[in-house]
Design a protein around this ligand. Structure first.
Ligand code: DLL
Length: 433
């Protein structure tokens, strides 16, 4: 079901007009009300009058993560303080928080964007949503919560953690839609298996998973452990939280809520706009936001955009599921490697589980050494050592041929790699660089 056909299945040309009108409004507001942006415009010698079409956006300044940090906490506020109803923050990898401040209208729009997201997964007012994203400053919990309310669904505000209770609630209340990080969805499934609960017998039939990288392999694993369809959802605190883009039943790319968040793809090195279909850094401009609107925010997430018609009837542009982040890129002995590539290479190898940890150290010879710890499926583990040795060699071979790096593989028993209730950690970089 399309939650808001008027916006989501709109004629593309008509949508461009809406986007342009909103963009013009935004740029005028930023220039008039946010000194940080006025200075940026002046430094680049541009004014709001230079924006005569959507294409002109490419000449306007970017906003980068350090801008948010430099103006912490309220330097980018574009609404009077009394209008702010709620704040959220994400600590990110460096620990300096990024703030998102929402007016009531922002919260309403968030609810709308997330209702579209849940509907993309087939959610309706008849669903019981078990929301196991963390509630609090993290945007996952409340974002899903507002979306489920707007959709009119029944919502169980579980938050993350307490897995035994998640299972108890799932059984008692017959939850139909699960929302959490994909790694937590797998963890819940493992605990269910251990407790002898057959998830296939429960009504849980769909899930909206995101907030961390995951692969097609993980999707297949989740879908088979529950009798469910698993959908990828994307968002980030700076832009609104979850609700920026989501998969529909086609599970073939994520529809961007582009009447609300205008996407661009740029070359991360030159900042130049790239055409549809070309991979680069995703940039968003918030078209309707009042509290902390952002112009051309560089997400550091890597993907490409596609504009063909989708079977679901939505006309919004689609982004490919993320390939990685510009700042997650590991440079190992001079070779650029993304953790997602390692996962991709693991997919094709039978006998492994999608739980792995990449440990990087710098050896005595000052060369980078990579140990890849991979969990092996139970039945494989109890097998003969000879098979395990074969599996290890196979993974090492795959890494060498696909990623061009030498990796030492350590096969570990099922459930030895630490599980996470929220975003999981896949890389342990012990190099002191
Ligand atoms: O993770 C918002 C969110 C909550 C999205 C719940 C989906 C579900 P942040 O904590 O600010 O916000 O982290 C944002 O997480 O820039 C991506 O690098 C990554 N990320 C988010 N969704 C996905 C996804 C929330 N579906 C950062 N696939 C983003 C891969 C994702 N990475």
């Amino acid at each position: 079901m399309i939650f808001n056909p008027e916006c989501e299945a709109m004629d593309q040309e008509a949508r461009r007009n809406v986007q342009f009108a909103r963009l013009k409004n935004l740029v005028e507001k930023l220039y008039a009300q946010v000194p940080f942006y006025r200075t940026k415009f002046k430094d680049m010698d541009v004014t709001p009058q230079d924006l005569r079409s959507l294409e002109d956006l490419a000449a306007l300044p970017f906003t980068i993560k350090s801008d948010l940090r430099d103006t912490y906490p309220y330097g980018l506020l574009a609404a009077p303080h009394a209008e702010i109803q709620e704040i959220h923050m994400s600590s990110g990898t460096t620990g300096v928080p990024v703030v998102d401040a929402y007016t009531q209208k922002d919260l309403d729009i968030w609810g709308e964007a997330m209702a579209r997201t849940l509907a993309g997964a087939g959610g309706t007012r008849h669903d019981t949503v078990q929301n196991a994203y963390g509630y609090g400053l993290f945007t996952g919990g409340l974002g899903v919560h507002y979306g489920a309310k707007t959709l009119g669904a029944n919502i169980i505000p579980m938050s993350s953690g307490n897995t035994q209770r998640q299972l108890m609630v799932m059984q008692s209340f017959g939850s139909t839609l699960l929302t959490c990080t994909p790694s937590y969805a797998l963890f819940i499934a493992e605990e269910a298996a251990e407790a002898g609960i057959d998830l296939h017998q429960l009504p849980i039939s769909k899930g909206c998973f995101g907030a961390e990288p995951w692969s097609e392999n993980m999707r297949r694993e989740i879908e088979s452990r529950y009798a469910m369809k698993a959908y990828d959802i994307y968002g980030l605190t700076e832009i609104i939280g979850p609700g920026v883009a989501f998969e529909c039943e086609a599970q073939d790319g994520l529809h961007v809520n582009e009447d609300l968040f205008y996407p661009e793809i740029i070359d991360p090195l030159t900042g130049k706009l790239l055409p549809d279909g070309e991979k680069g850094e995703l940039v968003f401009t918030t078209l309707t936001k009042e509290g902390t609107p952002l112009l051309r925010y560089r997400t550091r997430d890597i993907t490409y955009l596609r504009r063909e018609r989708c079977a679901c009837g939505r006309t919004t542009v689609k982004m490919h599921r993320l390939f990685g982040r510009t700042d997650d890129m590991l440079i190992i002995r001079g070779v650029n490697v993304f953790p997602s590539q390692i996962e991709q290479a693991l997919i094709e190898i039978e006998g492994t589980d999608p739980h792995y940890l990449i440990v990087i150290t710098r050896g005595p010879s000052h060369l980078d050494e990579v140990e890849l710890q991979v969990e092996v499926k139970q039945d494989f583990f109890s097998d003969e050592t000879k098979n395990l040795e074969g599996l290890r060699a196979k993974i090492e071979g795959a890494m060498k041929s696909k990623l061009m790096i030498a990796v030492k593989v350590k096969l570990v028993e099922p459930k030895t790699i630490e599980r996470s209730m929220g975003k999981s950690q896949r890389v342990l970089d012990k190099r002191e660089l």
